[in-house]
Each structure stands twice: as C-alpha cells, then as structure tokens.
Design a protein around this ligand. Sequence first.
Ligand code: MUC
Ligand code: MG
Length: 377
Amino acid sequence: MKIHSLDVYILDLPIIRPHQLAMHTITAQAIVVGCVRDEDGREGWSEVATIGGASYGESTPEAIKANIDAYITPLIIGEDPIHFDRIMHKVSKQVRGNYFAKTVVEGAIIDLAARSKHVPAFELFGGQIHKSLPIAWTLASGNTNTDIEEAQEMLRTKRHNIFKLKIGKGDPFKNVEHVRAIKQAIGDEARITVDVNQAWDEDTSNYCIAALQDAGVSMVEQPLQTWDFEGMSRLASKFNVPIMADEAATSIQDVFRIAKNRAGNSIALKPCKHGGLTQTKKVAGIAEASGLGLYGGTMIESSLGTAMCAQLYATIPEMKFGTEIFGPLLFKDSITKNAIEFSNFEIVIPDGPGFGMEIDKEKVKHYARPSASGTEL
Ligand code: MUC
Ligand code: MG
C-alpha cells in the first residue's frame, strides 16, 4: 500500500454567532482539510483549524497549504501509510516548524492507515481509555448578558457545566467585572475558567488574576505572551489558581522547558500546535512525568478535526481539566455525513474506522476556496 497523492483544501465554514477572542473575532472559521489517496484510490482525511489569519499564530491557512504542497507532499509519495511515524520523522528532517501543516499530513495518513486495518485511529495509539470526556463550552459572544443566557441554556440542556470565558480584549478591569458577573449568575453549578490569549502584561496579570481567583475562577489560560516563560513561572508560583500554558506550549521541546521552569502548571493539548497526534502523545508523556495537568484543547475544529483530537485524547489516562473540543457545536454546517455526539456534559468519542467520520465531499466542494492546485473532488 503506497501513498499516491495528497490534496489540501482551505474551507471557510459559517458559525452560529461571532466568537470574540482578545485578538480577533471569528465570524467564519477557516479550516484546512487534507485528503491522502493510495494507489487503489483509498482515502484518508484530516483537518486543522486556524483562528484569525496570522493574528493567533504563525500558521495561516494559506501558509499551511503552500508549504504542504511545495515541501511535504513530495516527501510522502510512495510511502506506506502504516509507517506514519517513520514518514513524519523523514518530514521533520526536511521541514522545520510548520506544526499545523505536519498535523494535516500526519492526520490524513493515520486516517488512511487505520481505515486500511478497519480499526479506529485510537487503536494505533495504545487503544481507548475514555469512552467519553467532559466538555467545556466557550462563552465568547462579546456580551455579558448573552453569555449568561447561553450558559444557563447549556446547563439546562445538560450540554456543558464547564465554561471558558474569552477575555483580554479591551480594559482588563472590565474583563474582570465581566467574569465576576457571569460567575455570580451561574454560582457553583458550573466551573468557570478564563483564557486571556496573551493579552496582559505581568503587572496587569498580578492584579487581575488575584481578583479572578477571589471570584472563584478555576483556571487561567495563557495570560502572558508566548515568549514570557519567566513571567508565567512567577505567576504559577504566586497564585493557587492553576495557570495554563496554551500558545506557549507548542513543540515537545517548549513543553519540556515549561515543565522544567514551571512556566505554568498545566498544558492545553492541541495536535496542531505540537505537530500531530504522535507528538501530542509525547507532550502528554512530558506532562505526566512532571506533574502538569492536561486539558484537551481546541482551535475550534469542525467535526473531522474534533474527531482527530477526541480519538487521541481518549488514549491519555489523566485529562485533569477535561476537554473543550466543542467545535462542531459552533458551526452552522458540517463537512461530514455523521455527527459527533455530545450528551450529559460529555463528548462521546467517535469509534468508527479511522477517525470515525464519513466525509461529505459535496460540502467540502461547497465551502472550499477556489485553488490553483488540489484534485477536483
Ligand atoms: C484557545 O486559545 O484556546 C479555544 C476555544 C476557544 O474559544 O478559542 C480557542 C483557542
Ligand atoms: Mg487558549
């Protein structure tokens, strides 16, 4: 069985409401979808998501596609998908960084490899530990009252009882008031966490985190910029509320440095940040060895990318903070024929062959940007 081709598509998928982060408000979500085919026409599919062009991170959808097409695809043609680790090791020798691009490529190869064996992808990663995992929802409408109503509805329907509040945009003191008001309205019925997405400096963080801790917030994600390992380390030793590294926790080497310097006491996992599923398992290993708590993060992938994350997170013994892979619930439409199940405050791990999702090619075609390369679907 040999890889014959890899096609990469950029899609813009509509979402149900604007999603406001510190640096960007998402109105349509850009995802990158990969399709690898073997010589007999069998396919494997994968997805990564990006947020706000280049405003969240360096990997833009355009760069992901361009770098795969130019530099990675030629390295994987003719290889046997079942040896995906060997293939990605070969890629890593020729292509630096480009973690999102590597995740698209590795994901599609793994989906194909697992499908060829008629097993879910998690069987290639040690097998399934969790059948379902706790699932947070992000309150990010940009309006306090709308967020409160949204949270109450999620609690009533037993969809989520962990809420992550996206803060960091605008006046930090107003950010704190926004969190306080939501926490007060929700009370102890749900866990409230915040994600600052690098928007504060250390002084602002010192003041605001003290207030957030006092308000009963149970985790603070990436308050400082990615380069500020020392600042994160000081915050983590100063406060009792867990400080989570997200944007700073990318390569396995960065995660090791975080663990060594305690630049955060927990880590948001995201396969796209780490360079694929295999690398994500290694990050989980570093975290386990150093006592860092783990969170199943998202870049707001649609159903396919969410299934990739879910299947991998299902193989990690201890997910102390649960997950936030709610992406499919924020999208108006889906590129898969089947849907992921969310019930009783948990996400049910898809367990069909590969990542367990059946691609809807018409939808891929419908939402794909016109492109000079990529096989006609
Ligand atoms: C992030 O920084 O964690 C995850 C959930 C959400 O609302 O935004 C993302 C990105
Ligand atoms: Mg984050």
